[in-house]
Design a binder for this molecule. Sequence first.
Ligand SMILES: NC(=O)c1ccc[n+]([C@@H]2O[C@H](COP(=O)([O-])OP(=O)(O)OC[C@H]3O[C@@H](n4cnc5c(N)ncnc54)[C@H](OP(=O)(O)O)[C@@H]3O)[C@@H](O)[C@H]2O)c1
Length: 299
Amino acid sequence: MILVLGGSGLLGSAIVKHLQHQRYPARVLTRGMGDWRSSNIPSLKQLGFEVMVGDMTDSDVLAKAISGCTGVIHAGGSLLQSDPKEMKAVHLDVVSELARLSELAGVQRFLHVSCLGASERSASTMMQYKWEAEEIIKAAPFYWTVIRPSYFFGDSFPFLKVLMPVLKLQPFIPIPGAGMSEVEPVSVDDVANVIVQSLYNRGAVSKVYEVGGPVTYTMVELIELIKHYMKIRTPLMNVPSDSAGKSAKVFSKLLKNVHTDLIGLMTADSACSGDEQELPVALSERTLEDALPKIIQKL
Ligand SMILES: NC(=O)c1ccc[n+]([C@@H]2O[C@H](COP(=O)([O-])OP(=O)(O)OC[C@H]3O[C@@H](n4cnc5c(N)ncnc54)[C@H](OP(=O)(O)O)[C@@H]3O)[C@@H](O)[C@H]2O)c1
């Protein structure tokens, strides 16, 4: 039995489809948000999965969810998590508890979803937590694989939701720093395919897979692309960031209720290193630009 965390999320939903295709038995842990009509529980059950309702930040819930599982796919947590305490709880504390409990339960295989750009020196707090979490997983005794996707897109593009408050600003859209950080938006289905094809693949053990899309955009190029499809004509303006503090001050004056890690995410690279690597499955050539018109229509 494989425990899937985050199986109701954008990436998790794609993972469970691939698991179902391979007929791998799995248990999905979900808080089961929403009323009975929008709940993801019936659809997960219809796909043939065991569903357990609970919050992954609760250690007792995690222990029960892991019991009887030999493998874990951790795709829980959200890019949209903005509250600093919750961000740490979801991206770091859960992982350390999950690693401890997995070891106790005798889990053998562990697939961990991190993020391209995860680094202890990243400008983004979330990327720093992702790096720390990777270190915990790599030190654990089970057979691990770390998957590092760049920002992914499917029916939606969560990174666009993070950027949205900035795109709505007038008379200019502020870009912290030079706007030259690089991102490689990738199809969520490609990321899910890499994960599920890694599961029973000996060659994937102790590997860190970088999963980026076919086009590399600088932050300025990405925002110009989104502006084009959203028909936004507001000009961009670089906000000097010789010190992160200056950008933060400008942003906090202009914006309220934005993602607390906004500047970090806009200035952190999330692109492949260019090091040789062979993924367990070839990636498609799906580009964000092809998907963007539909994503924007649904906003
Ligand atoms: N989105 C991106 O572009 C991107 C890029 C790189 C890496 N990642 C990483 O990929 C993973 C999945 O991202 P996603 O975009 O698919 O996420 P998502 O659509 O926002 O879904 C979040 C998932 O995490 C679960 N979750 C459980 N407890 C949670 C909690 N306390 N707070 C928030 N979520 C909780 C949710 O389950 P329930 O609501 O059913 O409980 C849901 O299944 C995350 O680790 C994320 O950091 C995302």
